[in-house]
Design a protein around this ligand. Structure first.
Ligand code: GDG
Length: 508
């Protein structure tokens, strides 16, 4: 079997599976946005067919004994291979829903009181991570690079390093990385840290997370920071909650040098522009504008998660109606809070609470010709989302913690310098890149109210100028920039791709 120079290890599958005429078929994910299409575009920089992806697939060996572990996907990313790791429902439940989501996720997002230890079956987590490492070890070519994503695969580097000492290992965290005081709530902290120190490169969205990680490594395992750099002005807003003036860039742990990478994920600005320029989108934008009949449109879009601050946004919107009677009937909120498929208690609770607030607010304030909140718990098509962003007056993004938050960047890109405002939590990673947004601290009502009032009071000229500055920043550091940056760091740790493929645009 052919091995691959670059193997992306990410728990989600990079395709959709469907059945036609009794036959299982695969197609590219219908939604073109989000991180999966971005990661797949990395394969375009390799020789055609040279990329591979490792993901899990829930599988019952009793009902499907002929499960294909390896499949070929031929989409517009030059074709790539997917190694599917069959996991039983029980393994998925333990490794993903319990250990990753009920124990790691709250700690990573600084909600240690929601951390749940008792149901964690650590040996199952290790076993699943070991299997991921074995699948990766079988797939990656000599001297190739395995790029592992996110906390649910934290222990993969440990196993992979022992199976394949010749390969380069890179890791990227999509979540925040908290300070040691919080991280150390996890009883498996040393094992996790040592596994990450088996990597050649560990990546984060922003300097604060990188610094937290490096400080943890120094405190817990005797690693030494061998280089620190000034943070680029594009990622530093003095006095801002997540801002850092300097960042460690290199660590030495035992005999290994580790590159600490800071690379905030960008959005596909070319794709957003192209979608918004279509006749269908223009017609949709016109229709949305007309349906508003002069009302101001607010948008709040996120997965349903207690970290995302959707309840804080809904309550702020309700307070706005209470505080400013003149706005009753004059504002509308599109709230998309996409329900998790999991059946986990914490997520069922938050969904129920969000829907309860929407129902209550609409029940209290609706009139015959005005419903304050339009709500969706299922994803709306990307083109519809973008058309709403383009028309919207305000994007209300109030996570209590968020690794980056791509919604805010997509909104900024879609506005393309038109008047509008982004109210962003200071605790979302993207805030360090967007000083022209209106910052808020969602931990207090008064500050969110202040931020919304400030947004509504801005003149058109000021809001357009701020949106234009943010758009320039988001466009300059889009997914193409991110891809270049990551490949440059892959090269710095000894994994170089052919120069002529490196110049390809990921959106090409
Ligand atoms: C994790 C980290 C980090 C949402 N609703 C709809 C929809 N979306 C799309 C958005 C955006 C994506 O999903 C969500 O990205 P986020 O960054 O906001 O959040 P997470 O899913 O939590 O992602 C996060 C990210 O990883 C990347 O590293 O930024 O901090 O938590 O692209 O547009 N798309 C469509 N309909 C929806 O209703 N089509």
């Amino acid at each position: 079997m052919k091995q691959s120079s670059l193997v992306i290890v990410y728990h989600r599958q990079p395709y959709e599976e469907y059945v036609e005429d009794g036959e299982t078929k695969f197609r590219a994910n219908r939604s073109p946005n989000g991180i999966v299409p971005t990661l797949k575009s990395f394969f375009r920089r390799l020789a055609p067919g040279d990329g591979a992806w490792v993901a899990w697939k829930e599988h019952d060996p009793e009902t499907d004994p002929d499960f294909d572990k390896i499949i070929q996907i031929d989409d517009d990313n030059d074709g790539f291979m997917v190694r599917r790791l069959p996991l039983t429902k029980e393994q998925v439940n333990s490794f993903y829903h319990t250990t990753s989501k009920a124990a790691f996720w709250p700690v990573l997002h600084s909600f240690p009181w929601l951390y749940s230890y008792d149901p964690v079956d650590w040996p199952v987590f290790l076993d699943v991570n070991r299997r991921f490492a074995e699948a990766t070890a079988a797939q990656v070519a000599p001297g190739g690079l395995a790029w592992i994503h996110d906390y649910n695969l934290w222990m993969v580097p440990h196993y992979l390093r022992r199976l394949r000492p010749d390969v380069k290992i890179a890791f990227f965290h999509h979540t925040p990385f908290p300070a040691a005081d919080i991280f150390n709530v996890l009883p498996w902290r040393l094992q996790i840290l040592e596994s990450l120190l088996d990597c050649d490169m560990v990546g984060f969205h922003i300097p604060r997370y990188a610094k937290n990680f490096a400080d943890l490594a120094v405190a817990m395992s005797g690693a030494v920071i061998t280089r620190t750099a000034d943070v680029s002005p594009f990622l530093h807003v003095p006095g801002q909650a997540l801002s850092e003036p300097t960042v460690p860039t290199n660590l030495r742990a035992g005999s290994r040098d580790i590159l600490i990478d800071v690379s905030p994920v960008g959005v596909d600005v070319q794709l957003i522009d192209a979608v918004l320029a279509t006749d269908a989108s223009q017609a949709m934008q016109q229709e949305i504008s007309e349906s508003l009949r002069g009302r101001k449109l607010f948008v709040s879009v996120a997965r349903s998660d207690y970290t995302k601050g959707t309840i804080e946004a809904l309550l702020a919107f309700e307070r706005l109606l209470e505080r400013r009677p003149a706005l009753r009937g004059a504002v509308k909120l599109l709230c998309v809070s996409v329900k998790a498929a999991s059946g986990m208690t914490a997520y069922d609770d938050i969904q129920r609470d969000i829907e309860g607030h929407v129902g209550r607010i609409n029940g209290q304030w609706s009139t015959m010709d005005w419903t304050p909140i339009v709500f969706s718990s299922t994803p709306i098509p990307f083109d519809e989302l973008l058309a709403h962003y383009r028309v919207a007056d305000l994007c209300l993004t109030t996570p209590l913690r968020d690794g980056m938050n791509l919604v805010a960047k997509e909104f900024v890109a879609a506005k393309d310098g038109r008047p509008g405002a982004l109210v962003i939590s200071e605790f979302a990673g993207c805030a360090v890149e967007l000083p022209d947004a209106i910052y808020t601290n969602p931990n207090g009502n008064r500050d969110v109210d202040r931020a919304i009032d400030e947004a509504l009071a801005m003149t058109e000229a000021e809001s357009a100028a701020r949106m234009a500055k943010m758009r320039a920043s988001v466009a300059a550091r889009d997914i193409g920039y991110w891809t270049e940056h990551v490949f440059a760091n892959f090269a710095a740790v000894g994994f170089a791709v052919e120069p002529e493929r490196r110049t390809l645009s990921p959106a090409a």
